[in-house]
Design a binder for this molecule. Structure first.
Ligand SMILES: Cc1cc2nc3c(=O)[nH]c(=O)nc-3n(C[C@H](O)[C@H](O)[C@H](O)COP(=O)(O)O)c2cc1C
Length: 269
């Protein structure tokens, strides 16, 4: 069973690659991206293998996903911990998701950090554009296969426990990135719809994890709900959803310029 939060779909693609590599029969998926799916009673796992996956936001597990993942219940359930990041760094997201899993009764048996196109990547300012690509998906498949091999080899779930995961405890707050979040909090800007281009297809409304776009008036976005995941921008077929905030893009440009070198997937078994 895999559970993921994936506003722009790269985490979902990586999870699909891993699950294919595991060769599980009838794999079940919980897409916890939309707020409605994160409400109510969260899944109680038994002895199936769980894949828990989130994108990295500000070097951590996205706030919008933390509460939900912290409400899942494992019963010594083996878990594969996965984070997907936009080629900057995954910082303490992997260890944080690992800790959530342990706290909730899972036994982490493997962990992986993969790369996905940065949510803020554009044609003019690309970052990890097109990723996960074929090479990444082959790596995800190989990782899934290696997890399967490990579990077949180990006599018990406890024996398969993964220790020595990279990261800091307490988690380090990446200062520069938090500045980006603070800029956002202070000015409360958010993507907007260009009325002259919008065809009212409503895909942005459906894609928004937090239901921040007004269902009756697509021109209104609730900036207290928007998590700046850019799902609405990426899904729009006519580029009518835009982010027009120079301060934001200046900061993003600085970050992208410092992490141009291609990072490769890493995993721990
Ligand atoms: C609010 C926000 C913060 C992000 N922070 C980071 C980060 O700290 N490091 C990084 O490499 N990528 C970061 N990213 C990029 C995402 O981790 C990356 O694009 C990921 O592939 C998105 O996953 P998804 O397609 O499943 O939504 C951030 C993206 C957003 C929207």
């Amino acid at each position: 069973m895999s559970v993921y939060f994936s506003p722009t779909g790269t985490t979902r693609k990586v999870v699909e690659g891993i699950v294919a590599g595991m060769r599980a029969e009838n794999p079940v998926t919980i897409d916890a991206t939309k707020k409605a799916h994160r409400r109510g009673s969260a899944h109680q796992f038994k002895h199936e293998l769980a894949v828990l996956a989130v994108p990295v936001y500000y070097g951590r597990v996205p706030e919008a996903a933390t509460k939900y993942f912290d409400s899942l219940t494992g019963d010594n359930t083996p878990a594969v911990i996965v984070v997907v990041y936009g080629n900057r760094a995954y910082d303490d997201a992997l260890i944080e998701l690992y800790d959530i899993a342990v706290r909730r009764g899972f036994v982490p048996v493997a962990a992986g950090a993969f790369i996905g196109e940065h949510s803020y990547s554009t044609e003019i300012l690309p970052a990890a554009a097109g990723r996960p690509d074929m090479k990444d998906l082959e790596a995800a498949h190989a990782f899934g296969d290696a997890v399967r091999e490990k579990l077949l080899r180990c006599g018990s779930v406890r024996e398969a426990l993964l220790t020595g995961i990279p990261g800091n405890r307490p988690y380090i707050e990446p200062e520069g990135l938090y500045r980006l979040r603070e800029i956002r909090k202070a000015s409360r800007f958010t993507p907007q719809t260009d009325e002259s281009l919008c065809t009212r297809c409503n895909r942005c409304i459906e894609a928004c994890p937090e239901d921040a776009i007004d269902q009756l008036d697509i021109l209104k976005t609730d900036n207290r709900e928007c998590i700046m995941c850019f799902a609405c921008i990426k899904i729009c077929p006519v580029n009518a959803r835009r982010m027009a905030e120079p301060a934001f893009f200046l900061r993003v440009k600085e970050i992208f310029e410092r992490c141009r070198e291609r990072k490769e997937p890493e995993w721990y078994l």
